[in-house]
Design a protein around this ligand. Structure first.
Ligand code: HAM
Length: 446
């Protein structure tokens, strides 16, 4: 059996890793300004935290947790998301006595046992915020603003935010009953999973991506028409706030989110799939290709770049003090996928090194170690292949890298304290004093 990374888990390096760091940096700059403090929680927690927090009827708890029993007999799980851990940490460290709201942000890996496909991994990365201690609609508006602003700052455009409210413990039970009755009458047309979801939580049916369930969903009663007075007011004010900030949003009356802890405001962000955007990107292609690209675009725009919402009852579920809260989480893997796709056309190659340091013989190899450091200090980008012995191969590599000057150090040169400079463009070579090599390379015109 070949040893390789597990399905849905990947190594991060080079371009992907750089993009991760770039996004984190941009997010941090914005979040610092708005008074957010970073928090990191353990990857492993007691399973109960997620089972009760995310909810028994959620797909995550039902099918997607990486759980096991520890040697000490505890049931543990790799975090599928951060939100329950943040709430735990908030109480564990007495943050509930701090002036409200408490603004926290995080960035790290989460784990869900999902079928890997485009934009869906088993180990994926979330960057998110949680604002704890405010029940006001204005906090929802501010959170959505930050959600949008961070993505906009890192250069994503044509984004659309889907918004809904799922009410609270006053109005949702009544709606659930109405929805349940509607779904039960159509039970035979639901997929097998939804028949089960109907028993546990009918709201989950609204989340189903199966075509036949989508058809049923289209006619289903909407929570918007069953909101209690307080939830209605909260939602109305929140929407006014979004309008004030001119944020691009669509109302999606069937957006319920996949986690049980949400109350009132929920939202997700997508890349907008407008005809104009597609045309702009592919206007030179043949019609057949256009259709293919459209299909692919449609698929990709269906996956959310991030999501969030209010979760006023999560603390109460664990017997902690009632704490209204709202937050969001981005999927960094998906954002990076999108950036790479849109930037592909002007993908930059790594900068060409100024020189290549080639060597022949053990003595020269050793001498190169110190020489490299001198170049670093002078901020001259050098490539090398010290582990190789063949000069021919080293020159080939220098050529492949597109390096103009190769410095060649052999046994004779070391002893004479000289070095050869070879111009790869003209093929001309010159011998210079080793001590003057850097000065020579820095000469104007070189
Ligand atoms: P979520 O919608 O489950 O919400 O996940 C947030 C984002 O994580 C998704 O929109 C998606 O971009 C990314 N994501 C989820 N699963 C995967 C996967 N298997 N592979 C790649 N990316 C994925 C939450 O997790 C909530 N805790 C967000 C939140 C914070 N709500 C309130 N505060």
């Amino acid at each position: 059996m070949k040893l390789q990374s597990l399905t849905g888990m990947r190594d991060l390096f080079e371009e992907d890793l750089k993009l991760f760091q770039k996004i984190e940096k941009s997010a941090q700059e914005i979040l610092d300004f708005y008074g957010f403090r970073k928090i990191e929680t353990p990857i492993l927690e007691m399973s109960e935290l997620f089972e009760r927090g995310s909810g028994q009827s959620s797909e995550i708890v039902q099918k997607q947790m990486f759980s096991f029993r520890s040697k000490g007999g505890d049931f543990l799980s790799l975090r599928p998301d951060y939100t329950p851990s943040i709430m735990r940490a908030y109480f564990q460290h007495g943050m509930d006595v701090l002036p409200k709201p408490v603004n926290l942000w995080y960035s790290g890996s989460c784990f869900r046992y999902e079928k890997p496909q485009a934009g869906r991994y088993r180990q994926f990365y979330q960057l998110g915020i949680e604002v704890l201690g405010s029940e006001s609609w204005i906090t929802d508006t501010q959170v959505v603003y930050l959600f949008f602003k961070i993505l906009e700052t890192i250069g994503l455009n044509n984004l659309i935010i889907k918004i809904n409210t799922i009410g609270d413990s006053q109005c949702r039970p009544y709606y659930k009953k109405t929805l349940s009755e509607y779904l039960r009458r159509r039970r035979n047309s639901l997929c097998a999973d939804c028949k089960n979801r109907l028993k546990l939580n009918p709201l989950r049916v609204l989340d189903c991506k199966e075509e036949k369930c989508q058809v049923i969903k289209k006619e289903a009663p909407q929570l918007l028409n069953h909101l209690c007075g307080d939830c209605h007011k909260h939602f109305e004010k929140f929407l006014e706030g979004l309008d004030e900030l001119s944020l691009p949003y669509n109302l999606d009356p069937y957006l319920v989110r996949g986690l049980d802890y949400y109350t009132r405001t929920v939202f997700e962000i997508f890349k907008e799939n407008s005809e104009e955007n597609i045309k702009q990107e592919i206007n030179e292609k043949e019609e057949k290709e256009v259709n293919e690209t459209k299909k692919q675009e449609e698929k990709e725009t269906q996956i959310a770049l991030g999501g969030g919402g209010r979760y006023d009852n999560l603390a109460k579920l664990f017997g902690w003090k009632e704490t209204p809260a709202v937050g969001f989480g981005f999927g960094l893997d998906r954002i990076i996928g999108l950036i790479k796709k849109t930037e592909k056309k002007e993908l930059k190659l790594p900068p060409v090194p100024r020189v290549f340091l080639a060597q022949v013989g053990e003595l020269a190899k050793k001498k190169c170690l110190g020489l490299l450091e001198k170049f670093r200090k002078e901020k001259i980008r050098v490539a090398e292949s010290l582990f190789r012995d063949s000069l021919g191969l080293q020159l080939k590599i220098a050529d492949k890298l597109g390096v103009r000057y190769v410095l060649i150090l052999g046994q004779k040169e070391v002893l004479e304290e000289k070095i050869i400079i070879r111009d790869m463009k003209t093929g001309k070579q010159a011998v210079v004093n080793l001590k003057k090599a850097i000065k020579e390379i820095k000469k104007p015109g070189r």
